[in-house]
Design a protein around this ligand. Structure first.
Ligand code: LMR
Ligand code: MG
Length: 287
């Protein structure tokens, strides 16, 4: 079976094309669906329009990729739609404009998506720093022993704290306090982590093969975070490896990753380009 899977996140809308057990193509459009949600509790009309338009565009890209061959499209949404008071309006707008039913995943499912995507059925711990939420999922002895979703992410931090380090640290400290200790090797998925990896490598062009399983040391993440915090968003946008659409929110996201590594006593973290898009196929039994 051929699939087009669409992940509607708080920062971005992403597409994965999948066939014959392989990821063929991924694409991301930054729409900031969750912008302002931290203060207002609702998705703005403009953000909903931008995000649904991105889905329409990605559906068109999927159709032209497969040139008339049959494929199935599935769309799922994460923390922004789950939490917003008007998340139902977004689901209705999606239905009206695209004919797609949006699968709004729970926090626990969102955590599992990351572990299924990055590790398949192997043991380990996976962290997904998103726009409105951050998930930690741990599998030990073949069983999921932790699947936590925290009310914090790169867009949310930017909305509430901009680049104010003290404010960021206070907000992060409070939200990550409930994270349980875990002994498994830690892998990170999601745009914050993969962008930090691409900047660390100085990639002119994003290359999933170079990102997959890249190891970043705590000292690397510390240095990257300090560097990003010391630059303006415009300066960050011109760094090699940076996605310019993420330049404003990346410093807070980097600090969040750093603080979680410290909280979990990690000297290293592995980065995975395989993420919740691949995980969705497993979670919903589509393989
Ligand atoms: C999100 O929550 O938007 C993420 O899935 C991806 C991102 O762009 O950080
Ligand atoms: Mg996400």
């Amino acid at each position: 079976m051929k699939y087009a899977i669409i992940d509607i996140g708080s920062n971005s809308v992403r597409l994965m094309l999948w066939a014959d057990g392989k990821t063929l193509f991924k694409r991301v459009i930054t729409t900031r669906l969750g912008a302002g949600l931290a203060q207002s509790g609702v998705l703005s009309q403009a953000a909903m329009e931008r995000s649904v338009s991105a889905v329409v565009q990605l559906c068109g890209e999927a159709a032209s990729w497969w040139k008339g061959e049959a494929f199935k499209t599935r769309a799922f949404a994460t923390a922004a739609v789950r939490r917003a008071q008007n998340g139902g309006d977004f689901v209705a707008l999606m239905r009206a404009r695209t004919g797609l039913e949006t699968d709004v995943v729970s926090g626990e499912e969102e955590a599992k998506l990351a572990v299924y995507g990055a590790l398949g059925v192997s043991d380990g711990a996976v962290l997904d720093i998103g726009g409105a939420s951050t998930e930690l999922c741990v599998r030990e002895g073949g069983k999921i022993v932790v699947s936590r979703s925290l009310d914090i992410g790169a867009v949310r931090l930017y909305d509430l704290c901009k680049d104010d380090k003290d404010k960021l640290l206070a907000g992060i400290g409070e939200k990550i306090a409930p994270l349980p200790p875990c002994g498994q090797p830690l892998t990170a998925v999601g745009g914050t982590a993969t962008t930090l990896a691409a900047v660390q490598l100085g990639l002119e062009q994003y290359d999933p093969a170079r990102i997959q399983d890249l190891r970043l040391m705590l000292t690397d993440v510390e240095a990257l975070t300090e560097r990003l915090l010391s630059l303006s968003a415009a300066e960050r946008a011109s760094l090699k490896g940076m996605d310019p659409a993420r330049a404003d929110i990346i410093a807070g996201g980097a600090l969040l990753l750093l603080e979680i590594m410290k909280k979990l006593s990690r000297a290293e973290i592995f980065i995975s380009d395989r993420d919740n898009l691949e995980g969705y196929l497993i979670l919903r039994g589509l393989l």
